[in-house]
Design a protein around this ligand. Structure first.
Ligand code: CDP
Length: 247
């Protein structure tokens, strides 16, 4: 516990969000809980929260440097982040560079087909309706976002994809696909929120295509946290590793 934490605002599947003294900021705690299959598979894995917080903060800093607005302010602990408070848009924006997973089950893509331009998909973040896929007209009719806002969300997501794909490829990983979420800040800007971590991406070794992400857990295999630790080691620089005691 830190003294910054106040009242719990929201608890999700893997994170808690707390109020802080400043109404414009929240504290996001990354927990060690991991879930998959619409909450049907659960576990608690020591250090998972810290690794995701470290990886997500690093990605958000890189994206900020490239001019993308993010929620990230600072990490105050290895698993606690101070972030801009946002009015979240209930969309899961999925961006895919390689056809895998449900794309192969639902559509006639070839296994590992390169998707250029990347495939963008919008799912409704709604547990009651089990996150159904949306299209532009449904999003606009439900007043989730306007056409202009959707266009902006598409552009930002493609830029995130380009920046992170290049950063990861230089470190031996392929960004196969990922999910992002956005919110509005107090000035009405569309800002990247939530997290980008091995929980929300598919990361493959560029040579062997071995997974370094939550698919290991989804498949019921061992070594989830070890894989996340490999990602931490690949993305953090020496100074960051020293600061957070990463070997
Ligand atoms: O690709 P497939 O349809 O099998 O699965 P998906 O759930 O649509 O996942 C696509 C990508 O988005 C993966 O990198 C997931 O980790 C991520 N995702 C997520 O982080 N959270 C969700 N609720 C849904 C997808």
């Amino acid at each position: 516990m830190t003294d910054v934490k106040k009242e719990l605002l929201y608890t999700g599947k893997a994170k808690n969000v707390y109020k802080t003294e400043n109404d414009d900021e929240v504290l996001i705690e990354f927990r060690d809980d991991i879930t998959a299959l619409d909450g049907g598979k659960k576990d608690t894995l020591n250090k998972k929260g810290a690794y995701n917080a470290l990886i997500s903060s690093k990605f958000f800093k890189i994206l900020e440097d490239e001019g993308i607005l993010t929620q990230f302010i600072k990490l105050i602990n290895e698993n606690e982040m101070i972030a801009k408070s946002l009015d979240m848009i209930p969309l899961e924006v999925i961006c895919r560079n390689i056809a895998t997973g449900s794309l192969l089950r639902k559509y006639p893509f070839h296994k590992n087909q390169h998707l250029q331009p990347p495939v963008l998909q919008f799912d409704y973040k709604n547990d009651v309706y089990h996150d159904p896929m949306l299209n532009d007209s449904i999003i606009i009719a439900l007043e989730i976002a306007t056409e202009e806002q959707l266009q902006q969300i598409r552009q930002i997501t493609l830029k995130i994809n380009k920046v992170l794909s290049e950063f990861l490829y230089e470190r031996g990983l392929i960004l196969v696909d990922f999910k992002v979420e956005f919110g509005f800040d107090k000035d009405g800007n569309i800002v990247l929120g939530d997290e980008i971590s091995p929980d929300t991406t598919r990361l493959w070794d560029s040579e062997t295509h071995k997974n370094f992400d939550k698919d290991i857990f989804r498949k019921g295999e061992e070594g989830v946290v070890d894989a996340y630790e490999v990602v931490v080691n690949l993305v953090l620089n020496d100074e960051e590793k020293q600061k957070w005691n990463i070997d």
